[in-house]
Design a protein around this ligand. Structure first.
Ligand code: ATP
Ligand code: LTN
Length: 342
């Protein structure tokens, strides 16, 4: 979609719903920040917002238990540190709301083998984890559809790589609605115009990913200022010297995008600003604006992580809120299918 509709459009008494999620599968990157987290706050006022830590999804790839627990707290704290007020947004952990797993199973039965086989993420991840191509990795999109459809979400803000998964969620919703009577809102992906795909600093034709083994390829939201600047200095570019967007200049194009996202300047303005200045100077400037952007997030994050008990209490409250809405949808689904109620 290009422009999001006003959350109140058409029905002033009923706000539209936004839902998104991030997996606690590693240290979050600048890609996660610009593609998702940094934008979530803009929906708070006009929409009913649900943001979840997708821990059920993350076990499709083997996780070390202590790290999974730590990353779950971290993603939750980062939601708040990136500006989401837990009183105004429902922030919860997926495994705390059992309806996700339950609807996930049901939707497995409304999802076709052929459509799952076409998912790029499945193809990429099964090639990367050839020793663990489990059934969950394959049916991942049906669980993601459950996350979205349980809350009757209208909009799903995600990075470009998740567009295909939101499309399959639309197909599943439409199929279910057609088989019975309208049950699910058919969701739309909301992909940012800028920052939808931040690329790796070392292999700029690949997306920056939190599970990349090469630490220099990704900027982590919680990296120190020195690490951020050092990684940008080492970023792979090309043999040209002009800071200009161009074909085959993936490294520089990516740095221009990052600079634009950090400063709000357009690509043309960035080109003008660095006209006649070399790559070295530009890389240093990108590092500096990026460190400036992330530093308040890191400070807030440290403060939140120092009090795990409060985070736990917020998780409990979030799960209760989420469960209320999710259970209503699930009951409706069970009734339509023909399950006996007790
Ligand atoms: P993994 O490497 O474990 O698959 P990931 O880094 O792709 O993880 P997710 O948890 O799958 O991260 O994604 C969370 C959100 O961040 C999604 O909306 C996704 O589209 C977005 N996102 C991830 N990487 C990028 C990127 N490089 N640029 C823009 N958005 C991104
Ligand atoms: N699949 C997503 C994470 C995710 C998600 C969701 C995103 C799980 N459930 C629901 C939006 C809506 C990912 O890998 N980035």
């Amino acid at each position: 979609m290009t422009d999001i509709q006003n959350g109140n459009a058409g029905a002033p008494e009923k706000k539209k719903t936004v839902l998104s999620a991030v997996q606690p599968s590693g240290n979050l990157t600048l890609g996660n920040y610009f593609g998702s987290l940094s934008r979530f706050g803009e929906f708070t006022e006009m929409f009913d917002c649900y943001y979840c830590v997708a821990d059920l999804h993350s076990i499709t790839v083997r996780q070390v238990p202590a790290e999974l627990r730590r990353h779950t707290y971290e993603v939750y704290a980062l939601y708040i540190a990136c500006g989401l007020d837990p009183k105004e947004n429902v922030l919860f952990v997926q495994s705390h709301v059992h309806e996700h797993a339950e609807l996930g199973w049901i939707l497995d039965c409304y999802t076709m083998f052929g459509e799952l086989s076409r998912m790029t993420q499945f193809k990429d991840k099964s090639a990367k984890h050839a020793d663990n191509v489990n059934a969950g990795l394959f049916t991942y999109p049906a669980l993601m559809a459950a996350d979205i459809l349980l809350y009757q979400a209208d909009y799903v803000p995600v990075g470009a790589d998740q567009k295909q998964h939101v499309e399959i969620a639309r197909d599943i919703a439409t199929r279910f609605n057609g088989a019975y009577t309208p049950t699910f809102t058919v969701p739309e992906a909301y992909i940012p115009k800028e920052g939808a795909k931040i690329m790796s600093l070392q292999e700029p034709t690949k997306k920056m990913s939190k599970s990349d083994k090469n630490e220099n390829a990704s900027i982590y939201i919680l990296d120190s200022r020195d690490d951020i600047i050092r990684k940008f200095k080492r970023a792979v570019t090309d043999s040209d010297t002009c800071v200009r967007v161009g074909e085959g200049k993936d490294g520089i194009n990516n740095l221009i995008t990052i600079y634009s996202c950090c400063t709000g300047k357009s690509a043309e303005e960035v080109e003008c600003e660095f006209d006649g200045r070399g790559y070295g100077e530009f890389k240093l400037a990108v590092g500096e604006v990026c460190a400036d952007k992330l530093s308040p997030v890191k400070d807030k994050f440290d403060e939140l992580m120092a009090d795990k008990a409060s985070l736990g209490a917020l998780m409990k409250e979030g799960a209760e809120h989420a469960s209320y809405r999710a259970s209503r949808t699930l009951s409706k689904v069970k009734r339509k299918i023909g399950f006996v109620e007790i």
